[in-house]
Design a protein around this ligand. Structure first.
Ligand SMILES: [Cu+2]
Length: 140
């Protein structure tokens, strides 16, 4: 995951008041529940960019997982594979879905056992210094 932003910028992002426009809207955020023995979960969310500028999501993190990556599922030689993606850009006015079979959040190494109905915090760090905070619902 990129560590490209200087510490001062991260600090600035942390100091922005909650509710300051993150400039992206997120809805339908959920995580597919899996048996505890499986070390990863896939997370999905629909993001829209109502601004007139492209916005790039440069990193993601959750207190419930050791790390979070962006993955894309692709079919190669008849097999489904997942490719890691460094960042995700949403164009002005566009809607981008992290969804089953395509782009998804790969939530790696849960720190505790999750069950349907749990809410998991997720932070999406944007290239403009804002942090979009959301809650993902664990579902069957
Ligand atoms: Cu994946």
């Amino acid at each position: 995951m990129s560590r490209g932003l200087p510490a001062a910028l991260w600090l600035l992002a942390l100091l922005l008041p909650a509710g300051a426009s993150a400039q992206l809207d997120a809805e339908q955020a959920w995580i597919r529940n899996l048996p505890p023995a499986v070390p990863v979960r896939a997370g999905y969310v629909v993001i829209t960019n109502p601004t007139s500028q492209p916005i790039t999501i440069v990193a993601a993190a959750s207190p419930a997982f050791a790390r979070v990556e962006f993955h894309r599922s692709v079919e190669r030689d008849g097999k489904m594979q997942m490719l890691a993606v460094d960042s995700v850009t949403i164009e002005p006015g566009a809607r981008l879905a992290f969804e089953p079979g395509g782009l998804h959040l790969m939530l790696i190494e849960p720190r505790s056992t999750l069950k349907p109905g749990d809410l998991v915090e997720l932070e999406l760090r944007l290239d403009n210094g804002h942090v979009l905070q959301l809650e993902m619902a664990v579902q069957r």
